[in-house]
Design a protein around this ligand. Structure first.
Ligand code: ASP
Length: 314
């Protein structure tokens, strides 16, 4: 079998970062390095309010970051959750994978570990995301001063959480056929402190296996955790299902659970890719060796039917 052409696939907000990964793949570099490099570009970009610096904070105004990385060949994984104060959670996740006997470190432990390895610190709440947070609190009848004094946050969180979420996914296959995947996010905007979504949960928001391919999710992470969505998608590839059908099936599964926004990107070990969603207007992006620029395309739309279950359309 001929080797696949090196390819990186991303959620739509990752399009501008793909060149950073392709520079690595084009010189024969590893998929693992490529997905980390792409993720770092978006983490450092304050214009993306769903990832890294400039990501929207929790209800207390703290930017809590979740990230994970999977090496599909060795099946080593690393993840961090509710990490505060560092610029590149994806690199901290990779260090969890490579430098600790663990796979997942959260909260204060994650920040302590990031400090211990000399990870780059950052003030992730930017003036503009702070202003968005203050406005959200105002809508909920609170201010930064009142929310800090509140004993019970849940009544406020019920008002502050909506459909404002976001994440970036990168899936890559390199010229040697190694597959890797990276997911990084600030999670659900204005969430309860300590809430962890699917992005750092291996098998839920992120999974890959170099024999079959990779899958990663964006959208309502609780659904990907409940459905073990990324692992299920890769299992479907392993059973011989094409990428587009595996992507459709994942959205169908999510639609059967809830009406929330949900998206998936899928890449096979041969470099075939697809993406699906249950909301209008969502796109995804890819860059294959030899292409001058990334391309983006609409995701397959799988609507939720009125009855439980889903109906697929392009
Ligand atoms: N999946 C992310 C989470 O639940 C958010 C998103 O992608 O919209 O934290």
């Amino acid at each position: 079998m001929p080797r696949p052409l090196a390819t990186i696939v991303a959620s739509g907000n990752g399009a501008n970062a793909l060149a950073a990964g392709m520079r690595i793949l084009a010189r024969g570099g590893a998929a693992l390095d490529a997905v980390e490099a792409c993720a770092k570009v978006v983490e450092a970009d304050p214009a993306d309010t769903s990832v890294g610096r400039g990501g929207k904070p929790n209800v207390l105004g703290q930017v809590e970051l979740d990230a994970s990385i999977v090496d599909g060949t060795t099946h080593r994984t690393g993840a961090v959750a509710a990490l505060t104060g560092y610029l590149h959670p994806i690199s901290v996740a990779r260090a969890v994978m490579e430098r600790t006997p663990h796979v997942f470190i959260v909260g204060q432990g994650a920040a302590r570990f990031a400090g211990e390895i000399g990870a780059e610190r950052a003030r992730n709440l930017t003036p503009s995301t702070r202003a968005l947070w203050v406005e959200k609190l105002r809508e909920a009848g609170e201010t930064p001063a009142t929310i800090r004094r509140r004993a019970r946050l849940l009544p406020v969180v019920r008002k502050t959480v909506g459909e404002e979420r976001g994440t970036v996914n990168f899936l890559a296959v390199d010229a040697k056929g190694n597959v890797a995947s990276a997911v990084t996010t600030s999670g659900w905007a204005y969430k309860y402190p300590g809430r962890v979504g699917d992005s750092p949960v291996i098998g839920a928001g992120n999974f890959c296996d170099s024999r079959y391919g990779a899958a990663a999710c964006t959208g309502f992470g609780e659904l990907a955790i409940r459905g073990v969505t990324a692992k299920t998608a890769v299992d479907r590839l392993a059973q011989g299902m094409p990428a587009d059908m595996a992507a459709r099936a994942a959205i169908g599964d999510a639609n059967a659970l809830d009406d929330a926004a949900f998206n998936i990107v899928v890449l096979t070990a041969r470099g075939v890719h697809a993406a699906a969603t249950n909301r209008e207007g969502r796109r995804y992006a890819w860059l294959t060796a030899g292409m001058r620029e990334p391309l983006t395309a609409p995701r397959i739309l799988v609507r939720r039917s009125r009855a439980r279950g889903a109906r697929a359309s392009r």
